[in-house]
Design a protein around this ligand. Structure first.
Ligand SMILES: Cc1cc2nc3c(=O)[nH]c(=O)nc-3n(C[C@H](O)[C@H](O)[C@H](O)COP(=O)(O)OP(=O)(O)OC[C@H]3O[C@@H](n4cnc5c(N)ncnc54)[C@H](O)[C@@H]3O)c2cc1C
Length: 395
């Protein structure tokens, strides 16, 4: 079947990017979003991997903050600060969504500001009912985000263990350092992401573990450590997909005349919560598959490139947050080694830039371990304070 008339439900990064790619390729695209550009709860951080793959994210005029430093804080309070060799860009989501929706419009997509309330397949075509009108299409792309209300039409619903709760505040101010703090017993972290004129300061954790109110309280208690107060901020809360390895293995991303992309499909890294790269990349892969006349090839391409990587992250996420290593927690050791080993610090830089994938992480750690251990030992024996509470790591 030729997917000429394409309806995309959801105009966030995934839907808007797919709309611009498909409209540029001459397809007739209807893009629905109930809010259009909005401040979707998010950190707004884009890795160098994303910025390099889609240079318009760097080049188009839009307000974003370039980050040059990172501070990691262990549950004990030990800190390490290091410079990044590849900058991270932090966008407000209002700006990022607006930029992507403008590209969709300029590529010829029809952007409809309406809420989709029902989707039905009748006689080989999709009927899409919005709050005010009815539309039809040959092919349907679901890009309606983590609270995907239409998932059950296409695939089994995901249970609570496949989601993370995230709450935060937008607080006036800015800086060029991202800060990440790990908390004892939390499968998640606090982040302070400085944007052009405000911080997105938030906390995320597994839904089964903590309630939204508990997470909010933990965040409010910790904000003063960063020189911030929730009293000057605007509160937000949302959910983040964090699929189990089993859910990822059983994932069905597309079928007869339909596909799911971005958060609607659950494509988020279970360790870092990074979803923007996967939203854009899944949109790119589905568009390429449709344009080359084989929409079903999206599932294979996404499996090889996205699902396999997300599954690797999901398999080690529990041990990352709660595991023990060398007589201490993995998180404590990570902060310690980032301060004491040049090699380990470079590994952290590469993880932050997106250059280090999980597929080759194990091999790299094995290969570098003797050198990392030697550097840590030298640092322990010859530094004036072997485990500094606060260290600025220099190469
Ligand atoms: C607190 C928080 C912090 C995060 N921080 C980061 C980060 O720093 N970096 C990162 O890479 N990722 C981050 N993420 C993940 C990132 O926000 C998502 O992965 C990303 O937004 C997914 O894009 P999407 O287009 O798939 O979905 P969304 O951005 O959720 O877009 C879905 C769109 O669908 C529309 N929609 C939904 N239902 C309907 C309907 N019925 N009719 C019409 N329109 C509809 C919505 O209005 C929305 O615009 C964070 C997530 C959270 C919750």
């Amino acid at each position: 079947m030729l997917a000429d008339r394409i309806a995309i439900v959801g105009g966030g990064p995934a839907g808007a990017y797919a709309a611009s790619s498909l409209a540029s390729a001459g397809r007739d695209v209807l893009l629905f979003d109930e809010k259009l550009a909005w401040e979707k709860p998010c950190g707004g951080g884009l890795t160098d991997k994303a910025i390099s793959r889609w240079p318009f994210l760097r080049e188009l005029p839009a307000e974003r903050n370039w980050i040059t430093n990172c501070e990691l804080i262990a549950p004990s309070g030990a800190k390490v600060r290091f410079d990044l060799d590849k900058q991270i860009a932090i966008f407000s989501r209002l700006t990022l969504n607006g930029l992507l929706l403008d590209r969709a419009l300029n590529s010829g997509a029809e952007v409809v500001r309406e809420r989709v309330v029902a989707i039905e397949r009748q006689r080989g075509e999709w009927q899409i009912q919005s709050s005010s009108s009815r539309y039809s299409a040959d092919y349907l792309i679901l890009a309606s985000g983590a609270r995907n209300p239409f998932r059950s039409i296409f695939a089994p619903n995901l249970g609570p263990k496949n989601f993370i709760v995230a709450v935060g505040y937008y607080i006036p101010g800015t800086s060029s350092t991202v800060q990440v703090k790990f908390i004892d017993g939390l499968h998640g972290y606090i982040w302070i992401f400085p944007r052009a004129d405000h911080f997105s300061a938030g906390i995320c954790g597994h839904m089964e573990g903590r309630s939204t109110a508990e997470l909010r309280q933990v965040l409010e208690e910790h904000l003063p450590e960063f020189g911030l107060s929730h009293e000057s901020g605007k509160f937000y809360a949302h959910i983040l997909p964090s699929l189990t390895p089993e859910s990822l293995r059983n994932m069905q991303l597309c079928g007869e005349g339909w596909a799911m992309i971005g958060d609607a499909a659950g494509l988020v890294d279970a360790i870092t919560g990074e979803g923007l790269y996967y939203a854009l990349r899944s949109a790119e892969l589905v568009s390429e598959a449709i344009v080359c006349g084989a929409p079903e090839s999206y599932a294979i391409a996404a499996q090889q490139e996205i699902i396999a990587e997300l599954e690797r992250a999901a398999r080690i996420a529990d041990r990352f947050y709660a595991g023990e290593w060398l007589g201490g927690s993995v998180l404590e050791r990570m902060v310690q080694l980032t301060g004491s080993s040049t090699r380990f610090r470079q590994l952290m830089r590469d993880l932050f830039s997106g250059a280090q994938e999980y597929s080759t992480l194990k091999k790299r750690v094995y290969r570098s371990l003797p050198k990392i251990a030697a550097e840590a030992l030298v640092s322990t024996l010859w530094s004036s304070d072997s485990l500094p509470r606060s260290a600025a790591a220099a190469d």
